[in-house]
Ligand binder design. Structure first.
Ligand SMILES: NC(=O)C1=CN([C@@H]2O[C@H](COP(=O)(O)OP(=O)(O)OC[C@H]3O[C@@H](n4cnc5c(N)ncnc54)[C@H](O)[C@@H]3O)[C@@H](O)[C@H]2O)[C@@H](O)CC1
Ligand SMILES: [K+]
Length: 513
């Protein structure tokens, strides 16, 4: 698991160590230099003569870059520091100069910005040390102009020309929230110190981070992290592997209320995912014609009422104001689910509430309800609660708005997107497991069915432990992403293929754990 801590927590953890005279900057910058060397060795036969350009701001982030530059210069690399501010870390500057590094005072001659950018773009490595966790707002002044010029010089493309390594974080991102309010140089790698910062894991900034390396500089961070990211081993370890005494009811029955005659496919996809994810049983409760389609695709599904240990409500169901009543008429599935969704004090059945199901919600909800909106659906949900928010606001600050939806509804919120953000009562998760190919129709229906099966398997525990639903939802996002990758590595993927890849994906996660 990757745990991310807000800038204030990192500073608080640094303070006593700095007071005790621990050489944190030396530790950080040495590890940074070693990472740069390792990356260079993977790309070049000889290190001598490799060109490194440091983009250096006024604070300690620039200090890290300068000290790392000093280490690299001593190994024979040609290092140039570009100062974007009149001030620069004194010790770092001295270290670089005494190691033979060159210094360009860009702040004194802004007309050179384009030439400096072109030179940096053709170097082997650019170290972005303009600002770190001490930044206030978007990049300004010469730093902003240099990033814009350098982005132009690289043709806006990551991976071409110089390899960009961000020092602690890509300069200008919101360290705590991942917001991007101005120019940011996309990194190929980010070497972060002490602990990951939430902004490195959260969109939109997460897309600018590249490979993330966390360097241990000896901080002891206390309390709960601001954000977590599950890794494969976490999910494999927690997977509900059946034992010899298990049977279909102990493994969990998923009640699926999904699909209409207009959108029957959603029900088929959710049912397939729940079955393929190892549900003990899937009960379909919905319009008869849709039920036939579900059974034709998945003969394991039972289309009769009975006990369920999780509900999946809403895939392929239009919002209630557009609903033509098919679920009200057919089989009473919606009524059964509504009974559980409404009678919270009595009912204690975890639920995935997706698509049209979201318009049925009557908050307050318990945390064992997991809402699975995309940004547009979250906008609708938040606006129904009086928030003046637009989809673009949700996309610009997904953690903030997912958290707001959790506060307003009480439910666990899984916000779908290139990075999936989950917020529950004991914290938040950001999962970036899915290839971009997964943004395709039906993928959300598969996620809903998969998550339903995962909640059903641990139904009683989910109701007892308020934070567990969020952890399971984050795990579902990981499995979903991995299954998409497995279905067709590096290429287009169809939603049903993702469902079909679930059994092998789960097997490999369990085997690795
Ligand atoms: N405290 C320590 O000893 C350690 C700090 N570390 C490094 O120190 C960094 C934090 O250092 P600082 O607190 O000095 O702050 P930063 O270096 O992140 O930035 C602060 C400086 O940048 C300028 N600045 C702020 N906002 C700006 C903006 N929007 N546009 C342009 N310039 C802006 C300000 O003039 C200020 O001097 C961390 O990110 C990390 O890289 C590491 O060396 C580990 C140890
Ligand atoms: K930086």
């Amino acid at each position: 698991m990757i745990e991310a801590w807000n800038a204030a927590d990192v500073r608080a953890a640094e303070a006593p160590l700095l007071e005790a005279g621990e050489p944190l900057m030396e530790r950080a910058s040495f590890a940074l230099a070693m990472q740069v060397l390792a990356d260079l060795r993977a790309r070049r036969r000889h290190l001598r003569g490799a060109r490194v350009v440091l983009l250096v701001g006024a604070g300690n982030n620039g200090g890290d870059a300068l000290h790392a530059g000093g280490v690299l210069a001593r190994r024979g690399l040609a290092v140039t520091a570009v100062l974007v501010s009149e001030r620069a870390h004194t010790g770092g500057l001295a270290a670089l100069r005494s190691a033979g590094g060159r210094v360009v005072e860009l702040f004194a001659d802004p007309a050179r910005t384009a030439a400096v950018a072109a030179d940096a773009a053709s170097a082997d490595v650019v170290l972005d040390g303009m600002v770190g966790i001490g930044a206030r707002g978007a990049l300004r002044g010469p730093a902003a102009d240099l990033v814009t010029a350098l982005t132009d010089a690289r043709g806006g493309r990551r991976g071409s020309g110089a390899r960009v390594v961000a020092v602690d974080l890509p300069s200008g991102i919101g360290a705590d929230d991942g917001t991007v309010d101005g120019p940011v140089l996309p990194a190929d790698r980010t070497v972060t110190f002490g602990a990951a910062k939430p902004g490195l894991l959260l969109p939109p900034a997460a897309h600018l981070v590249g490979e993330l390396t966390v360097v241990d500089i000896g901080l002891s961070l206390e309390g709960a992290p601001a954000l977590r990211r599950l890794e494969a081993v976490d999910v494999g370890r927690a997977w509900p592997v059946p034992g010899p005494t298990d049977q279909k009811y102990s493994r969990g029955v998923v009640g699926l209320v999904a699909g209409t005659s207009t959108y029957p496919g959603a029900a088929v996809l959710s049912a397939s995912a729940a079955v393929r994810a190892g549900a003990g049983m899937v009960r379909y409760r919905g319009p008869g014609a849709v039920g036939h389609a579900v059974l034709a695709a998945r003969p394991e599904v039972v289309a009769a009422p009975g006990r369920v240990q999780s509900w999946v409500v809403g895939p392929g169901v239009p919002p209630s104001d557009e609903d033509d009543g098919q679920h009200g008429r057919g089989g009473g599935g919606l009524a059964a689910a509504r009974g559980d969704l409404g009678g919270m004090s009595q009912g204690a059945t975890p639920a995935v509430v997706d698509a049209g199901g979201l318009s049925l919600l009557e908050p307050p909800c318990p945390p064992w309800f997991v809402l699975t909106p995309h940004a547009g659906e979250l906008e609708t949900l938040l606006r129904r609660h009086g928030e003046d928010v637009h989809r673009r606001d949700v996309e610009a600050a997904p953690l903030r708005w997912a958290r707001r939806a959790h506060e307003l509804t009480g439910a666990t919120v899984l916000l779908k997107g290139g990075v999936t953000v989950v917020v529950g009562p004991s914290g938040a998760y950001a999962q970036a497991d899915a290839p971009a190919w997964l943004s395709t129709a039906g993928a959300g229906d598969v996620l809903a069915g998969l998550l339903g099966a995962m909640l059903a398997a641990r139904s009683a525990e989910v109701v007892e432990r308020p934070g567990l639903a969020a952890e399971i939802a984050a795990a579902a996002a990981l499995v979903h992403g991995r299954a998409a990758e497995r279905a067709n590595p590096g290429g287009p993927v169809a939603a049903l293929d993702v469902a079909d890849a679930l059994p092998a994906t789960v097997a490999s996660l369990v085997a690795q754990a």
